[in-house]
Design a protein around this ligand. Structure first.
Ligand code: MG
Ligand code: MG
Length: 271
């Protein structure tokens, strides 16, 4: 067992599901709101309102140093992750990655989606599909008794099989529970059979960050936003997941992952 790994009871996972569901709802609300003409600050306001109305606390607000100033990360085009919402107006053809986290009764949910603003270039659409498919490949590669490396290898294989994409270096998924970021790391590249064992009560945030070019990110002057080093565009999808004897339970998917898992021929482990 990796030091510091937090194992949840079934009742605690039910509590995490409430946080995850609120995050999933918030992201669906934002997906509907994304359109040419809206600012990223407006999306952030919608998110904060929905999280607070649902009895949650936005976990990103005030996080780390310098304190993150908003309830979502809004990363547009060449920005991969950790973009700060603001006055930027979305325009037709943009792609926005929205990352959202909430705390309910002390338990965290964390998820992200990329959304096309109007019509995106075909290669951007393909990038989004590949990145989301890699997330689900990772989810279904996890199983009780398996290893975190199984997830990492599946994410990587799905991206590599699709073409010449960059997998962002230096950023990983993570354990999650009473804190947003806990051990173990969940890399987006790796080898099967390595790393932390996947046991009942483990919860992981799996989050592929994929680019149309360079795998390297640069931090912008705002000390948060990570953009690609070569200006290539990127996508980011994330879910908070746990595994039960029946299969994966996607805590941040509104249906627990059931529909998507069924498409992949996998039973859902959610209650
Ligand atoms: Mg996140
Ligand atoms: Mg995360």
């Amino acid at each position: 067992m990796v030091r510091g790994v937090e194992i949840k009871t079934p009742a605690q996972l039910d509590a995490m599901r409430r946080a995850g569901h609120l995050v999933g709802e918030t992201l669906e609300l934002l997906r509907e709101a994304v359109a040419p003409g809206i600012t990223t600050a407006e999306l952030d306001s919608l998110a904060e309102q929905h999280i607070r109305d649902g009895g949650g606390i936005p976990s990103f607000k005030g996080y780390a140093q310098p304190p993150f100033p908003a309830s979502i990360c809004a990363s547009v085009n060449d920005e991969v992750v950790h973009g700060i919402p603001g006055a930027r107006v979305l325009v037709d053809g943009d792609v926005i990655s929205i990352d959202c986290g909430a705390i309910v009764d002390g338990w965290h949910g964390d998820a992200a989606i990329s959304v096309a603003v109007g019509a995106v270039r075909p290669e951007v659409g393909a990038l989004m599909e590949v990145t989301e498919a890699a997330l689900w490949a990772g989810i279904v590669a996890g199983r009780l008794g398996g290893r975190v490396g199984d997830i990492s290898a599946a994410v990587e294989a799905r991206v590599r099989a699709a073409g010449d994409y960059g997998i962002l270096e230096g950023f990983t998924g993570h354990g999650i529970g009473t804190r947003m970021h806990q051990p173990p790391d969940v890399p987006n590249t790796g080898r099967p059979g390595r790393g932390q064992k996947i046991v009942r009560g483990l919860a992981l945030a799996i989050e592929p960050m994929v680019t149309l070019g360079s795998p390297y990110g640069v931090e912008l002057d705002d000390e948060w936003t990570i953009a690609t080093s070569d200006g290539s565009w990127s996508a980011h999808y994330e879910h908070t997941v746990t595994w039960t004897p029946d299969g994966p339970w996607v805590l941040t998917a509104l249906d627990g992952g059931q529909a998507r898992l069924a498409e992949l021929g996998v039973l859902c482990g959610g209650r």
